[in-house]
Design a protein around this ligand. Structure first.
Ligand code: FES
Length: 154
């Protein structure tokens, strides 16, 4: 259930925009920060708040890879496998990390600590290969450097 604090932040976002619906993306960020993902129940609540059908909320959730419809691991690790990073070994690095972390078919570790996934270009091609660990960029990677970055995660 969306908290009163989150609702207040959403109301503030709505007040800054000419159309209520324009605040849906900020609202999804606020709610996901609080609840970890956007469940069907949350989509129903947001639908009421934005006067749209819950399916429209879930359409937005499924369009952007930064929003999650399912409970997630505590940390998100995305290896950029776009062309410049791949030319510098990102796809091999991704496979090495898959094996090192022993992720399941959805990219999750058994302990719920890490979700590993691919990412499109993150604008750091000059530092390829790179990956995003939550909100932090890790660049000029090799397997040892990537492992060290992941060891810091709780
Ligand atoms: S291709 Fe990897 S950051 Fe641009």
């Amino acid at each position: 259930m969306i908290s009163e604090q989150a609702r207040a932040r959403i109301d503030e976002a709505i007040s800054k925009l000419p159309a209520r619906r324009g605040a849906l993306l900020p609202a999804l960020h606020i709610v996901q920060e609080e609840l970890g993902h956007i469940s069907p129940e949350t989509a129903r609540e947001l639908g009421e708040l934005f006067e749209i059908h819950p399916v429209e909320v879930m359409e937005v959730v499924s369009f952007y890879n930064m929003f999650y419809a399912e409970p997630q691991s505590r940390h998100h690790v995305y290896v950029c496998t776009n062309l410049p990073c791949s030319l510098r070994g990102a796809r091999v690095l991704y496979e090495q990390l898959e094996a090192h972390l022993e992720v399941d078919e959805n990219g999750n570790t058994a302990d719920g600590r890490i979700h590993l996934g691919h990412e499109e270009c993150l604008g750091a091609c000059a530092y390829a290969p790179m990956m995003r660990v939550d909100d932090r960029y890790c660049e000029d990677l090799d397997l040892d450097k990537a492992k060290r970055a992941l060891e810091e995660l709780e």
